[in-house]
Design a protein around this ligand. Structure first.
Ligand code: ATP
Ligand code: MG
Length: 438
């Protein structure tokens, strides 16, 4: 994309309403704009990041055997009356009446709807187990929407639901999903740690929140740095496969024996046993949550599947959420500096920016056009009539992993300067060398 033709409204001033770094930077770099309290429009730069995160989430869901579908945002109240949650959900639910006076709602989550769909279509144990997911907008009328997309009212969530014949099966689904989560977060460049969460009425230990450290997090958290040393993506020796029960068991042991806890579950005695240099503590942001809840919905909603002996059983279910739009903010919280965003390569809106420091100079223009032709859609070409200083500042602000800087002196000698945003490292290179590195 040519910056001179693009819709990337950057701001020089720091917007007064933004209290945290990610919110400030998302507004300043032109990623989003608020359209009502807690509701945001995604502008081209932000939308690219959102799509990149969504793609990684999707690839890891697919890899663990989950199947993607798409449920609507608007749901009928009847479904929620069946589970008993219509009244319970309270003011966070946006309730709507249609022209026929029917009670509808904008979905805050989809347990009821997926259970109803499943109930209509799956009759036999032969069709089990199943994991279904979608990536869809949710609405929750949060009391205090804040911190930009981190706590919005409308937000994008990946929510998955597992259906198993028995508890043992549900445990396998849960572990697969946990592994998919650790892979997802590692690919996003995040150190997300699973922490035991409130498990609700069923009890047990099958409820985990995935938390990353950031100064503006909403809860205090503690964990053993051992979590950061595990390579969840490795598929070789010592790695984990979704298809091996042994691997899943070993993986789950690792996730639950190393120390990790939020404030309300913190155990100071156990914490003292973690070697001091391995203790990590600070504020945490929740980026995902997985949860086993047995027959909490399948029973009241009369969803049954025939077992081999002909008896009817209520499927054992779990649900698994990732805050896709919150992750855009979370990645920035984890990776930025004074000058702006520092995108991990995996989610960057553009791989590289090409900075033409002297538009109109024949050598500069020719070199930039040639680079841009090679890089195509993965590059943002700063071809504006602007001072070099403004171009440097905007490229740092937008956080492209690489900057290819083309000035008149270098261009005359057949050289560019290549800068790595994360380290600030820069060096001369020929255009070919630069292209080969990025
Ligand atoms: P929180 O405690 O932050 O309100 P929650 O327990 O209500 O989260 P879940 O219902 O488990 O969240 O939703 C799954 C994921 O969706 C969360 O882990 C979070 O990443 C994301 N999420 C939840 N509420 C919001 C929101 N208001 N804005 C953006 N993302 C959200
Ligand atoms: Mg909530």
């Amino acid at each position: 994309m040519r910056l001179s033709r693009s819709f990337i409204p950057t701001l020089k001033e720091t917007p007064a309403e933004a209290q945290i770094a990610s919110h400030r930077l998302m507004l300043r770099a032109g990623l989003v704009r608020q359209t009502s309290a807690g509701i945001y429009a995604w502008l081209p730069l932000g939308f690219r990041v959102l799509k990149n995160i969504e793609r990684i989430v999707r690839e890891e869901q697919d890899a663990c055997g989950a199947q993607e579908l798409l449920m609507p945002t608007i749901q009928p109240a009847e479904l929620w009356r069946e589970s008993g949650r219509y009244e319970d959900y309270g003011d966070e639910m946006l309730r709507i009446t249609d022209r026929h006076e029917r009670d509808m709602l904008y979905g805050p989550t989809n347990e009821e709807m997926i259970t109803a769909l499943f109930r209509q279509s799956v009759q036999s144990y032969r069709e089990m187990p199943q994991i279904l997911y979608h990536i869809q907008w949710k609405f929750r009328d949060e009391v205090r929407p804040r911190f930009g997309v981190m706590r919005g009212r409308e937000f994008l969530m990946k929510d998955a639901y597992s259906f198993d014949m028995d508890y043992a099966g549900a445990v396998v689904s849960y572990r697969k999903m946990m592994l998919a989560y650790m892979r997802t977060f590692q690919r996003l460049g995040l150190k997300a740690i699973p922490m035991v969460a409130e498990s609700g009425p069923i009890g047990g230990d099958l409820s985990h929140e995935f938390i990353i450290l950031a100064p503006t997090g909403e809860s205090q958290v503690y964990y053993d740095a051992a979590f950061e040393e595990i390579d969840y993506l490795s598929r070789g020796a010592g790695g984990f496969s979704h298809d091996s029960a042994d691997d899943l068991h070993r993986f789950f042991q690792l996730m639950t024996t190393n120390y990790a806890a939020t404030d309300d579950k913190h155990d100071p005695v156990a914490w003292q046993k973690v070697a001091p240099e391995r203790r990590r503590e600070g504020r945490g942001i929740e980026v995902g949550h997985i949860f086993y809840f047995g027959t909490k919905y399948s029973r009241p909603m009369n969803c049954t599947v025939a077992a081999p002996d002909g008896s009817k059983v209520h499927p054992e279910m779990g649900s698994y959420g990732i805050g896709v739009s919150r992750l855009v903010g979370a990645v920035i919280e984890a990776s930025h500096d004074e000058a702006g965003i520092i995108w991990p390569d995996s989610v960057a809106p553009f791989k590289a920016a090409i900075l033409n420091l002297r538009r109109g100079d024949v050598a500069c223009d020719a070199m930039c056009e040639a680079l841009y032709a090679k890089l195509g859609a993965s590059a943002l070409y700063d071809d504006r009539e602007e001072r070099a200083g403004a171009k440097f500042a905007d490229a740092d602000l937008m956080g492209h992993p690489w900057q290819i800087i083309v000035g008149p002196r270098g261009a005359a000698a057949g050289k560019v300067e290549l800068k790595r945003r994360a380290t600030g490292e820069r060096g001369d290179a020929t255009p070919e060398e630069a292209l080969a590195r990025i």
